[in-house]
Design a protein around this ligand. Structure first.
Ligand code: ADP
Ligand code: MG
Length: 236
């Protein structure tokens, strides 16, 4: 476990550094985006198709830095009662178009029981979006993804099961390493950010996957946070 701890300490430092850099990048980025937009509106010259590419790439940098910034935020920023069913429904709505476009069916087994936890709804949504997006990206056309909530003693289990490409064990072990991705347009930050958010909600992830056989990821969250004030991460 000592080895594991050291590894997670290192990841924390890497995360905070990355977040600091992301923070510094944001202001000049906003200015750049504004000026490109200005050029696009003032310059209707069709010979300037590169402006669109510049705009797109700037948006990508913006997306990556916003992912990194989560790592520097206080652990649980706004604690409230969160209706997990609602957050999950919003997540599915957000990604429905992407699923339809790829001919992937999202099957949602709606829980009829209430499913509340105390935590930060926006952060949770970010976790669910990441997991559902990963499931869609791993699936081929015609596949389906099952999303379900289960309740057990003091815990909620939110499950995302896909029939996609799956992962070998070595790969599952690497999930959460910064910038670890197999996708051309991936950031490899999804799992790092998710782990951080879930940790701050005193939850855990259960991942089972087999290459060629699909992946099931469960987010397991305590229905109530322990009686302690949310820990703050030092601001950078
Ligand atoms: P990204 O999605 O940007 O690549 P993630 O941290 O979300 O970063 O995922 C890291 C890698 O883990 C992915 O590039 C992919 O290879 C693998 N992965 C994640 N989720 C799944 C899944 N549901 N099925 C198969 N592979 C997955
Ligand atoms: Mg991802």
């Amino acid at each position: 476990t000592e080895e594991l701890l050291r590894k997670s300490d290192k990841l924390k430092v890497v995360g905070q550094l990355a977040a600091a850099v992301a923070h510094e990048i944001r202001n000049p980025l906003t200015a750049l985006k504004g000026f490109v937009k200005l050029l696009q509106t003032q310059n209707a010259d069709p010979k300037l198709p590169y402006l669109g590419i510049i705009q797109e790439e700037l948006s990508r940098i913006e997306f990556i830095s916003s992912e990194l910034l989560v790592l520097a935020k206080p652990q649980v920023s706004r604690v409230a009662d969160v209706d997990v069913r609602e957050v999950l429904e919003q997540t599915i709505m957000l990604l429905a178009t992407q699923a339809v476009m790829n001919n992937i069916e999202i099957r949602h087994c709606a829980a009829d029981e209430q499913a509340y936890i105390s935590g930060d709804g926006n952060q949770l949504k970010q976790v669910f979006v990441n997991l559902l997006k990963n499931a869609i990206e791993a699936s081929s056309p015609g596949c389906s993804i099952e999303v379900a909530i289960e309740r057990s003693e003091g815990e909620l289990r939110i499950r995302f099961a896909d029939q996609g490409c799956g992962m070998p064990e070595e790969m599952v072990k690497r999930l959460g390493e910064p910038f670890y991705t197999t996708k051309e347009k991936g950031t490899g930050l999804g799992y790092m950010v998710m782990r951080r958010i879930i940790e701050s909600h005193h939850g855990r992830l259960a991942i089972s996957s087999r290459q060629g056989d699909g992946t099931t990821v469960e987010v397991i969250l305590p229905t109530r946070l322990p009686d302690q004030p949310p820990q703050q991460v030092p601001a950078i």
